[in-house]
Design a protein around this ligand. Structure first.
Ligand code: FO1
Length: 326
């Protein structure tokens, strides 16, 4: 059985994994998932990237939003917002605004957060609970949070405010200029059980087409991760989340520019050169192949916009071939 380990953020990684399970035996796949987007709201422990990957592999994701469950209802949120409006709670205030309901939790999705929170309060690790939730959805890919310790992506705006990832992404609609990103707690975080081994033992390591700055960087910030991937460079393939200079979803292009990098496949090549031996880019960026190869990365040119499952499957197949028989 082929062993494939994937470094994952949310939506882009989840769509890639949905193709990967069609290209190789799911029992050989390990997804190492970012948890620096995790947040606590209303006393609940919420792990958006883990849930996005789980729901996608379970075939239960809302296909339009790319997060949350399909056919969801929102009665709990409506009630919460009713209280918030009644008491005039300002959704844009920095403190005490959870009751404004700016982060939308569907009724069924709430069950996941209630389960995770009660199991964690009873002493289970995030890894334990992740396995339990995936099992209940009959997901046969092994899902590992990168760490069981709390790490949080914190963004500093040019006007000096510090925002948690979900405040930046959802509350502020990632429409603020960012001066810096830090992964709080990463220095003392330990890789979750099985994480380093799954990289060491993999035939292929894939860096999913997730945001390099706020999805993949937090995974690599956990001590031991970067060194272990670097040692496996010959077996590692990165997929560019930038297509034609732009991010398909979210603020990756804007963040790269704001932090002084190029928002292009050559910018992504700079970002991953020490970790991956191959970069997968979309056909629209084929003209950049000579520049990327000159900088020491092999290149694969293939459709990467995963608007349908066939594209994700073909993309996954090419990644496996690239690492197994470069
Ligand atoms: N993304 C939004 O844009 N708005 C939301 O209200 C929102 C709620 C939400 C609830 C649960 C969950 O698992 C994910 C949710 N997301 C929401 C997505 C989340 O912000 C992800 O971290 C981003 O999509 C980045 O991967």
């Amino acid at each position: 059985m082929r062993r494939v380990t994937v470094l994952c953020g949310g939506v882009g990684a989840a769509r890639f994994l949905a193709g990967l399970v069609q290209a190789t035996d799911p029992a050989g796949i390990t997804a190492i998932v970012n948890v620096a987007d995790d947040t606590e709201l209303h006393g609940l422990m919420i792990s958006p990237d883990l849930d996005t990957v789980t729901y996608t592999l379970a075939g239960a994701i809302d296909p339009t939003r790319g997060w949350g469950l399909v056919d969801e209802t929102w009665q709990a949120m409506e009630q919460l917002r009713h209280y918030g409006r009644h008491h005039d709670i300002d959704p844009s205030a920095d403190v005490g605004n959870d009751a404004a309901g700016w982060f939308a939790l569907g009724d069924r999705d709430l069950g996941t957060h209630l389960y995770r929170t009660s199991r964690r309060l009873a002493g289970a690790t995030l890894s334990d609970v992740t396995t339990e939730i995936a099992g209940a959805w009959a997901v046969d890919v092994r899902l590992l949070p990168v760490t069981d310790d709390p790490i949080r992506t914190m963004l500093t705006t040019v006007d000096g405010r510090r925002l948690g990832f979900q405040e930046y992404f959802v509350r502020e609609h990632h429409d603020v200029e960012i001066a810096g990103v830090a992964i709080e707690g990463s220095e003392s975080a330990r890789p979750a059980p099985g994480v380093l081994e799954s990289i060491d033992e993999a035939d292929v390591i894939v860096i999913a087409p997730s945001n390099p700055v706020v999805s993949i960087a937090p995974v690599l910030a956990v001590p031991g991760l970067r060194e272990t991937v670097r040692r496996a460079r010959e077996r590692t393939v990165a997929i560019s989340p930038i297509v034609g200079g732009r991010a398909l979803k979210g603020p990756a292009d804007r963040l790269l520019r704001e932090l002084g990098h190029e928002s292009s496949v050559t910018g992504v090549a700079d970002w991953y050169r020490d970790l991956a031996s191959t970069l997968v880019i979309d056909t629209i960026d084929a003209h950049d192949v000579p520049a990327i190869e000159q900088s020491g990365l092999r290149t694969i040119v293939v459709p990467t916009v995963m608007s349908e499952p066939g594209v994700a499957r073909a993309l996954a197949q090419r990644c496996i071939e690239a690492a197994v028989a470069p």
